[in-house]
Every structure is written in C-alpha cells, then in structure tokens.
Design a protein around this ligand. Structure first.
Ligand SMILES: C[S@@+](CC[C@H](N)C(=O)[O-])C[C@H]1O[C@@H](n2cnc3c(N)ncnc32)[C@H](O)[C@@H]1O
Length: 271
C-alpha cells in the first residue's frame, strides 16, 4: 500500500461526494425502499436512521412519514453529513454522533432503521442496545447488512485482487463490510444485545457499475480514504487491469459490471 502525496489527497467532503455519486447508485440506494418497507414506516411516525451516510435511507423515510412525521439521521462522519445536509431535505435533523452512544433520549422514536453500518461499528451489540433504548415500547427496528463474502463472488474476487496486487492489509479492510453476513453470527449479535425476537430476511440486490475502472475508483476514492487507505495511481492502474480480467464473468459487452448483491434485513420489535 502506498501513500499519496498530501497535495493530491482529496478532502473528506470530496470523498463523501464520490461515495454519493458512485457507490450510492451502484450499491446502497436500492436498499432504502425495502428497508423502509420491512420497517413498516407509516405517515406521521418519528423515525431515526443510524449511520445515515449521505442520507439515501433518511430521504426515502422522509417521503414515507410525510410532513406530519419527523426524521432524524445520525452519522459519525461529518463529511458524509455535510453532503447529506446539502442534498436535504431540510426537514431531516442531521446530527453527528456515534451509534454506540446515540445523541437522543429514551423512547424518542417509533422506528429505528439502519443500512450497512452495523458491521462497521466497533461495538455492534452496544449500538443495537442504543437503538432499542431510543425506541418506544412496541417500536420497530430494521437493520440491513451485506451477506457474507462467501455469497459475494465479485467482491471475493476483488479482495483477492487487492491482496495480490497491493497487499493483504487492504484485502482485510475490504472484508469488513461483509463481517456480519453469516446469519448465525448476525443472530448472535442481536441476541447478545438482548433482542430476542429478531427476524432475518435475506434479499438479493444487484450491483451495477458502468465499467471496472469506475468500480475500482468508487472504492479507492469513495471510501478507502475514510479507512486511512490511500493508493497511488500506479497501484490503482494495476488493480484495475487485474480486476478487468478477474471480473470478466460479471462484465457485459458494453463493459458494464453487474453482479448479485445479497443482503440481510433484520427486524425486531421492542418489548
Ligand atoms: C457503508 S456506509 C452506509 C451509509 C448509508 N446508510 C447508506 O446506505 O448509504 C456506512 C456508514 O456508517 C458510518 N459509521 C461507521 N461507524 C459508525 C459509528 N460507530 N457510529 C455512527 N456511524 C458510523 C460511516 O460514517 C458511514 O457513513
């Protein structure tokens, strides 16, 4: 792994913009509607989105609750929140904070949702306990995580490619988004947090990138810098060349890359 020179380093807000421009349409945006659906969000409800990122889920939720409802959204990363605030809507209360110590009082929300954050939190059980704390009794929780790397052949290929071309440390970092994909580990995490009625529903999304180069750049420029991973242009070119052949099975005649993207949505009700 190599360090970029400081003068070429993108400021974090630019990284968050690239996340929104490349990763949200390719991977994350498609999950907002199904998560809001299984959370059974209705007009007028008070809803919290935990690890809101640039706001894909909070925005969908705001439409569902309408003007009579209220949406709060929290994330640890001020750069993600800066982009979220720019995109709006202004009716959402965008707030900086950690999932393990949510900046809200007990029982403030009818529904708590979260997509693709839980597996990245240092203490996911503490985060789930916090989500329960801020829910009203009878309130609903819906949390999405990616399925395990065993069921993500394209990303398993990318982990191998980065490990071979750049080094194993980056390969390990790429595994983290899939760390709670095993349904037994996921169920154990919810049970460990005292959630005894969790139901896991598995769904298959579709990842779509216009080409392999965009897929590589979306990671390299759209989230690696948040994980203190910086690749120089030579490493990016080498990964892209390797990935073009490694991902051939998922690449169409026009160069577009498309592959299944399975995830789990866990729902529970606060007793
Ligand atoms: C993969 S992104 C998902 C963002 C958004 N939910 C979406 O679907 O686009 C993961 C998000 O989790 C946030 N995050 C990571 N650790 C966190 C923590 N401990 N507390 C709150 N947010 C955290 C990151 O800043 C990032 O915005």
């Amino acid at each position: 792994m190599e360090q970029e020179d400081d003068h070429t380093e993108a400021p974090f807000e630019r990284v968050a913009e690239i996340y929104e421009q490349l990763l949200v349409p390719a991977l994350f945006g498609q999950w907002a509607a199904p998560v809001a659906e299984v959370a059974a969000i209705r007009e007028g409800q008070r809803v919290l989105d935990v690890a809101c990122g640039t706001g894909a889920l909070a925005r969908t939720v705001a439409q569902r609750v309408g003007p009579a409802g209220a949406v709060s959204a929290v994330d640890i990363n001020p750069a993600m929140l800066a982009v979220a605030r720019k995109l709006g809507p202004r009716s959402v209360d965008w707030r900086e904070g950690t999932a393990e110590a949510l900046p809200y009082g007990e029982g403030e929300f009818d529904v708590v949702v979260s997509q693709f954050g839980l597996m990245l939190f240092p203490d996911p059980e503490a985060a789930l306990r916090e989500m329960l704390r801020v829910l009203v009794p009878g309130g609903r929780l819906a949390v999405a995580v990616f399925d395990s790397l065993d069921h993500q052949p394209a990303y398993a290929t990318m982990v191998d490619t980065y490990s071979r071309v750049v080094g194993d440390a980056i390969g390990q970092a790429l595994r983290s988004p899939f760390a709670l994909g095993d349904t037994e580990a996921l169920a154990a995490c919810f049970a460990g947090a005292g959630v005894d009625n969790a139901v896991i529903t598995s769904r298959e999304g579709v990842a779509r990138f216009p080409d392999v180069s965009t897929m590589v750049l979306s990671d390299v420029r759209g989230w690696f810098p948040f994980a203190q991973i910086r690749l120089d242009d030579q490493a990016i070119d080498a990964v892209t060349r390797e990935a073009e052949s490694a991902l051939a099975a998922f690449t169409g005649p026009d160069g577009a890359v498309e592959f299944p993207l399975p995830a789990h949505i866990v729902t529970a009700v606060k007793a």
